[in-house]
Write a protein that binds this ligand. Structure first.
Ligand SMILES: NC(=O)c1ccc[n+]([C@@H]2O[C@H](COP(=O)([O-])OP(=O)(O)OC[C@H]3O[C@@H](n4cnc5c(N)ncnc54)[C@H](OP(=O)(O)O)[C@@H]3O)[C@@H](O)[C@H]2O)c1
Length: 268
């Protein structure tokens, strides 16, 4: 996939601030003082109201007594899947530049180590951590949560960026089993495993959290000839996000919000 320099301003989407109404706030309210981030706000927001970014964080998991509230405030703890190159890496740099703490990961231990070392040199020892995680493996994703808890205690922003097109551009009838399995397990199963673990982690956090699912070509319903499988998986990202928003709303979980994020807009 193409490597791009992304400036996806997810950071500010997690900014605390009272939002008692169910109406979507204006972009300016979300990104005060940062005009370059406002365009992304709309794309990063849930496409259907789901508690509309209640910035208050309620303690999750039920239990008696009033919920413990803790506002989200920077610096944020951010976890980005598939962040050793491309958009994930660009995002990691952007958050680090803003002073946040970042957990990076990918399938290659070598790449994680080398990218982490480079980022540590630039942004300091205590801001970036890295671990191996194949998002298609449930045990890896659980281990990623354990790693993040161990290093940072909680995660404010979890970005599901890891994705694959298997570098395959041909009609479906010519596409190999391996390419189909790679695309579908990464973009669909991997995303579901990550959302499940991220929600489980975040609703027990007093600060709650925001999960961003990166979509892509096909997510708007338009055909994607020569990468039909990829387009179908990206279309499903939109559906998954909406269903998770509905599930959270159904369970009155107000402190975790799932968003779709379009990575093809808003580059620097
Ligand atoms: N590039 C674009 O123009 C574009 C446009 C719209 C949407 N997107 C979406 O944006 C996201 C990133 O795209 P990109 O172009 O930046 O991709 P990329 O350059 O190919 O980078 C993908 C990253 O994900 C990691 N990765 C791949 N499979 C993984 C897995 N199973 N588990 C964990 N990490 C994995 C890769 O590292 P390892 O190989 O070491 O695991 C790498 O760090 C994808 O979801 C893509 O669909 C991209």
């Amino acid at each position: 996939m193409a490597t791009v320099t992304a400036s996806l301003p997810l950071r500010a989407a997690a900014r605390a601030g009272p939002a008692p109404s169910r109406a979507p706030p204006s972009d300016a309210a979300f990104f005060p003082g940062r005009p370059w981030q406002r365009g992304l706000a709309a794309r990063g927001r849930p496409r259907e109201p789901a508690g509309w970014f209640r910035a208050e964080a309620l303690s999750g998991g039920g239990g008696g007594g009033p919920p413990r509230r803790e506002p989200m405030a920077p610096p944020y703890n951010v976890l980005i899947t598939g962040s050793t190159k491309g958009i994930g890496y660009a995002l990691a740099r952007k958050f680090l530049k803003a002073g946040d703490n970042v957990v990076i990961c990918s399938r290659s231990a070598e790449r994680v180590e080398s990218v982490r070392n480079d980022l540590k040199k630039e942004f300091g020892e205590q801001h970036v951590w890295g671990t191996v995680c194949d998002v298609r493996e449930g045990k890896d994703v659980k281990a990623l949560v354990d790693f993040a808890r161990d290093k940072l205690e909680y995660i404010d922003i979890w970005i599901n960026n890891a994705g694959s097109n298997a570098y395959s551009y041909k009609p479906l009838v010519e596409t190999s089993d391996e390419a189909l399995i790679e695309v579908i397990t990464t973009n669909t199963l991997g995303l579901m495993l990550c959302c499940r673990e991220a929600i489980n982690m975040m609703w027990n956090q007093p600060r709650g959290g925001h999960i961003f699912n990166i979509d892509g070509a096909g997510s708007d319903g338009r055909p994607t000839p020569r990468f039909a499988a990829y387009g179908a998986t990206k279309r499903s990202v939109v559906h998954l996000t909406k269903s998770l928003q509905a599930e959270l709303q159904m369970n009155e979980v107000n402190n975790v919000v799932v968003h779709n994020l379009s990575a093809w807009h808003g580059y620097d």
